[in-house]
Design a protein around this ligand. Structure first.
Ligand code: SF4
Length: 380
């Protein structure tokens, strides 16, 4: 009870502080100016919506969800290739939220791995690569692990590979994406729109930053001249981050600050970074609905060609010239991911597209902005 009271007291103090800074900024920038702060991470968006944090900030402060859902941004192409393999008898190991991810071009009428399983394919939902390894070791059938995720999962994949734990019959499709280049693109895209207010601050992802370190966000702070706060996932963490962004704006600062000091350091996890570097190389990669973002993905190094699913199963890499917009008609997932539209701006939101019957990828994973807004009553 003591902790609860302490937290509530802190919430009230942070709310007052945010209101004070916002009022000051109104005087500095004008009453109609809207200070957009991008919360990159899907889990931050969950915290914001679940705890109603938007109702605690003044009207001239807008929290904008960013491209922080790794499942939402997997190009349909790779899901289609996984469905093909599943229908051809390869065991597919996938995380639960990618299981229902809809493909844009159905394969033999099959639109997702869940549908493939319903037709008799062997699709196994796992929570970690180690579970896929354990299952593949026992069943001996040819299999593929769908290696989706951001920098947080990459060390787990890297260590499993370096330790020689991947069995002969298991191949990995690396779909790991890197977050700072996507955040950079999102901020840049909004700045290009002269009619819109620019992103004036970023709440950077806490878990990702435990690996890459807060320093990975300095290009954003320096190039755009805006504050970046690496935050934890409790409501007060997020409120603190908002207050700190506004405080810096008030003082004309643009620094990277670590709020999540209980987990994040400036340099990050150097051992994890070394393991990632040994196993993966940085490549340009496609983000669903958005297109190719330079140096935003991890592909297996040539030394690990023997476990690379793309090579083993002869799947051609998706090339920029072959990339086509891969969202269903009227789905605004790309704009939602880039912070250019809210889930409620989509004409399909909670009409044709619901958590039970998702049409676009942002409605599937619990980290997708549409799924979060749908489940917890919108962003207000
Ligand atoms: Fe796409 Fe559905 Fe979100 Fe609309 S509500 S943007 S269709 S995921």
């Amino acid at each position: 009870e003591f902790l609860f009271r302490k937290n509530i007291k802190m919430t009230a103090q942070l709310k007052d502080l945010i209101a004070k800074y916002a009022e000051y900024l109104k005087n500095k920038y004008g009453r109609d100016y809207v200070f957009k702060i991008m919360d990159f991470c899907g889990t931050h968006e969950w915290t914001i919506v679940h705890f109603g944090l938007r109702s605690l900030v003044p009207k001239n402060v807008e929290l904008v969800p960013g491209p922080g859902c790794p499942v939402c941004v997997v190009p349909s192409y790779y899901i289609e290739e996984a469905i093909k393999l599943a229908l051809d008898g390869v065991v597919i190991y996938t995380y639960g939220d990618a299981y229902r991810l809809p493909a844009i071009r159905p394969v033999k009428g099959v639109k997702s791995l869940a549908e493939a399983k319903a037709q008799g394919a062997d699709v196994k939902v796992v929570s970690h690569i180690l579970q896929a390894i354990s299952l593949a070791t026992h069943n001996k059938k040819p299999g593929m692990f769908l290696g989706i995720g951001f920098e947080t999962v990459a060390p787990g994949y890297a260590v499993a590979i370096l330790d020689g734990k991947i069995p002969e019959n298991l191949k990995i499709m690396s779909l790991v994406k890197l977050t700072p280049p996507a955040a950079y693109l999102a901020i840049d895209t909004i700045r290009e729109k002269p009619t819109d207010f620019p992103i004036m601050g970023v709440i950077a992802p806490g878990h990702v930053s435990t690996i890459i370190g807060a320093k990975a966000w300095t290009p954003i702070a320096e190039n755009f001249g805006i504050p970046v706060v690496v935050a934890g996932f409790e409501p007060n963490d997020v409120l603190f981050a908002i207050a700190e962004v506004l405080r810096q704006l008030k003082n004309g600062e643009s620094k990277v600050v670590i709020e999540y000091t209980r987990a994040v350091t400036w340099d990050g996890d150097l051992k994890a970074q070394a393991a990632i570097r040994k196993t993966f190389k940085t490549v340009d990669t496609a983000w669903r609905g958005i297109g190719f973002i330079p140096k935003s993905g991890l592909a297996l190094r040539e030394e690990y060609a023997n476990i690379d699913a793309m090579l083993h199963f002869g799947i051609p890499e998706l090339k920029p010239e072959a990339w086509r917009k891969d969202l269903p008609l009227n789905c605004r997932c790309a704009e939602v991911n880039l912070g250019k539209a809210k889930p409620t701006d989509c004409p399909l939101f909670m009409k044709a597209c619901t958590p039970d019957r998702p049409i676009g990828p942002c409605m599937v994973s619990m980290e997708g902005a549409c799924a979060v807004w749908a489940r917890f009553g919108g962003g207000g």
